[in-house]
Design a protein around this ligand. Structure first.
Ligand code: NDP
Length: 476
């Protein structure tokens, strides 16, 4: 046995992770169901470090130092179970199986419990940053036991991205916590991209900016409070010209956004854990709507506002306002994401350090941004912060942005340009800060038609009004 870690599943993610370990001086055992992938990894990149290729699972396992550390990097779902079933009989108590795929956190909880019975550690690990991240340093979100992390964490920290000398990897919490947090990361990514798309759409259609001008605007925004990877690549995409037609690239791409499923999971599970994440939900639904070409074709004749687009100073003012609206909406969607993590932690008994989640997303992953440092500071100042909106600094920034934010939503409505992300974020902000919500009326209606009862603001107890009788109130 000579390899300190093994990777099975050598498609793009697995081979890049294996190379990342090897480039950091680890001897890496490599295996893939179809051996040609293993061979081509060694042929192309074998000189980057020390690899131990194996074609048979037994040889692969035999080449690992104990406790064995085995990374599974295969297609999520049934293939992961198939690989676990194949390898587990070859392992011993104390060995560690790491699932780096995009698993559903409930699958991870199930697998962790099953392997724990055999004394084997199962570490469901979120890995973000795509293929580039896997090779050069991803953001890594391991779940599983603290004991497993003690034996594995230092290696993962070493190959992760680093920001200010700190690794973008930390032990998230027990069993499925790592995959849960990775899923919420992807949900937030959906929301970020939706907000960016709305900013682009508004400034293009309501302020008449060209893609080239917009590329410059996003480039400028990237030097300010919105500084982030997604804003940076938005400028790149908007500046790109189609080589065939000479048109802006954004104009030759079909306007139906696809999704692989982690955004949808985030929304489904948010409903299960009772965490309101309307920003993520709007983003998922907006992608879904964009793909309904038949609905859109059927509705194309509906009338819209006739107002002229903004020009001159009005158009330029809108640019500044949209920057504010984008930032404020982003704070709101991150607040929703963090609350969802907290809700799941409460429900599943995970001890998650909310500030450290912000810390490890500062580098390596798709939503990396300067802004995450502020979230980290907010939780450092108050680890029990009930919502990011209550943090002094964020509250002040939202207060400063709100006039611009409201103007943007108003302009969008007047111009007939959909901004579900901006509008829903503003509605969330206004709902949280409201003294009274109309939920009181909803309770009244529920009691009227279904005798569902209500609580009073001024008395203890559960009440019902005899709506079809004399309208007297009874205590239940
Ligand atoms: P794929 O998701 O395309 O999976 C291909 C790999 O899975 C191949 O090695 C394939 O082996 C193996 N595989 C499939 N079915 C089986 C099976 N029944 N038994 C054994 N092996 C099987 O590869 P990616 O590299 O794109 O992703 C790997 C994992 O990482 C996935 O879970 C993905 O969701 C996740 N991920 C991907 C990211 C990305 O940017 N692509 C980012 C973060 C996570 P074979 O060669 O024999 O077919």
């Amino acid at each position: 046995a000579s390899a300190s870690i093994g990777v099975t599943g050598l498609a793009v993610m697995g081979s890049n992770l294996a190379r990342n370990f090897a480039r950091h001086g680890y001897t890496v055992a490599v295996h893939n169901r179809t051996p040609t992938r293993t061979r081509s990894l060694i042929e192309e990149f074998g000189n980057e470090g020390s690899f131990v290729p194996a074609e048979k699972p037994a040889d692969f396992v035999a080449s690992l130092e104990r406790p064995r550390r085995l990374v599974v990097m295969v297609k999520a779902g049934e293939p992961t179970d198939a690989v676990i079933d194949e390898f587990v009989p070859l392992l011993d108590p104390g060995d560690i199986v790491i699932d780096g795929g995009n698993a559903h956190f409930q699958d991870t909880r199930r697998r962790e419990a099953a392997l724990r019975e055999r004394g084997i550690h199962f570490v469901g690990t979120g890995i973000s940053g795509g293929e580039e991240g896997a090779l050069h340093g991803p953001s890594i979100m391991p779940g599983g036991s603290a004991e497993a992390y003690a034996a594995l964490g230092p290696m993962l920290e070493k190959i992760s991205a680093h920001v200010d000398g700190e690794p973008c990897c930390t032990h998230i919490g027990a069993d499925g916590a790592g995959h849960f947090v990775k899923m919420v990361h992807n949900g937030i990514e959906y929301a970020d991209m939706q907000l960016i798309a709305e900013a682009y759409d508004l400034l293009r259609r309501a302020a008449g900016k060209t893609p080239a001008q917009l590329a410059e605007i996003f480039r400028r925004w990237n030097t300010g409070m919105l500084n982030s990877y997604l804003i940076e690549i938005t400028a790149e995409v908007l500046a790109h010209t189609d080589q065939d037609t000479g048109k802006p690239f954004v104009d030759i791409v079909a306007d139906a956004a696809e999704q692989k499923g982690t955004g949808r999971w985030t929304v489904q599970i948010a409903l299960d854990v009772g965490a309101p994440v309307p920003g993520i939900a709007e983003a998922v639904f907006a992608r879904s709507l964009s793909g309904h070409t038949e609905l859109r074709a059927a509705a194309r004749q509906l009338s819209g506002p006739q107002g002229p687009a903004l020009t001159g100073a009005d158009a330029d003012r809108l640019v500044d306002r949209v920057e504010q609206a984008l930032y404020a909406s982003k704070i709101v969607s991150y607040a929703q994401g963090w609350n969802m993590i907290q809700a799941a932690a409460d429900q599943f008994g995970w001890d998650i350090d909310l500030g450290s989640v912000a810390k490890i997303w500062r580098g390596g992953c798709i939503i990396r941004a300067g802004f995450l440092d502020e979230i980290r500071s907010a939780y450092a100042a108050n680890p029990a912060l009930p919502t990011l909106l209550a943090d002094e600094r964020f509250a002040r920034q939202l207060g400063e942005a709100q006039d611009a934010w409201r103007a943007v939503v108003t302009t969008a409505a007047q111009q007939g340009i959909p901004t579900p992300g901006f509008s829903s974020a503003l509605a969330y902000y206004d709902a949280l800060r409201a003294d009274r919500l109309p939920a009181a009326l909803i309770q009244g209606l529920r009691d009227f038609f279904g005798a569902h009862t209500y609580l009073r603001t001024d008395r203890e107890g559960v009440f019902h009004t005899e709506w079809s009788g004399d309208r007297s109130e009874t205590r239940k």
